[in-house]
Unconditional design. Structure first.
Length: 251
């Protein structure tokens, strides 16, 4: 598996992020770090099959569509990552072992096994830093304008992980923003749903970026939404989640 040199980067590739509904005036700023499974052709799919790149190891299926639907309902700005998390994970600190994963669940990632320092730095500068710099700039502008802001990451998760079924239909993940998180959890509990309180994952500053860095460190309410991806398979399901979540996020 090749380790591409910085000199062969194709300038026609997409930027690190897309801003959707940039002028939205909601208090909510939406982020979708795992919106895309795009991997440039020179990486030769990192040695994986096309089928695997459609699975959760490469992105969060359904998350981008839900995030866009929420952005429209809330009139909220949304920043989406444009590259697969297998290249570099936007919701991991750079020092995290799985920021550039060697293995995801049951699958080794051949194209990440023997990276040069040049390639690691390239991915950081090309895909990672621009996304987080844009988030920081937007937050700075909102705070300077006196705009109240809540940071909400939109994710999806698998129904089964390492052979264990996950009963939750949605999880609310949070660090310091327990008040905001519990308003969401209580609101969701009025629906016939199994809601995870910091499940199926929890937030840790050594393992997460969005909540600890863009939310908690700034004193802003911040949560991640985790929706089980078998419930985001079609437009009707996505529309139902957006209708359910939008009023709660803007409480």
């Amino acid at each position: 598996m090749m380790n591409p040199d910085i000199s062969v980067i194709n300038n026609t590739e997409p930027s690190a992020f897309t801003i959707f509904n940039a002028n939205g005036d909601s208090e909510v700023l939406l982020l979708c770090e795992h919106a895309s499974n795009y991997i440039p052709a020179r990486y030769q799919r990192l040695g994986l099959t096309p089928q695997l790149l459609e699975e959760h190891i490469s992105w969060d299926p359904g998350a981008a569509e839900l995030a866009r639907a929420l952005a429209l309902k809330l009139n909220a700005p949304l920043i989406l990552g444009n590259y697969s998390r297998l290249l570099i994970d936007l919701n991991r600190p750079l020092q995290a072992e799985d920021c550039i994963p060697l293995r995801s669940e049951h699958h080794d990632i051949p194209g990440n096994q023997t990276l040069t320092a040049t390639e690691r730095e390239w991915r950081t500068e090309q895909y990672y830093r621009p996304f987080h710099l844009q988030v920081s700039r937007l937050l700075d502008a909102r705070l300077q304008a006196g705009k109240a802001t809540r940071v909400v990451g939109v994710h999806s998760f698998t129904p089964v992980y390492h052979g264990q079924s996950r009963p939750w239909e949605i999880g609310i993940l949070y660090g310091e923003a327990s008040d905001y998180a519990h308003l969401l959890i209580e609101g969701l509990s009025s629906h016939p749903l199994t809601v995870g309180d910091n499940q199926p994952y929890n937030i840790h500053p050594n393992e997460d970026m969005t909540v600890p860095v863009h939310g908690d460190a700034r004193g802003l309410p911040a949560v991640l939404l985790e929706i089980r991806n078998d419930l985001l398979r079609n437009e009707q399901q996505i529309a139902q989640w957006a209708t359910r979540l939008a009023p709660l996020l803007s409480i």
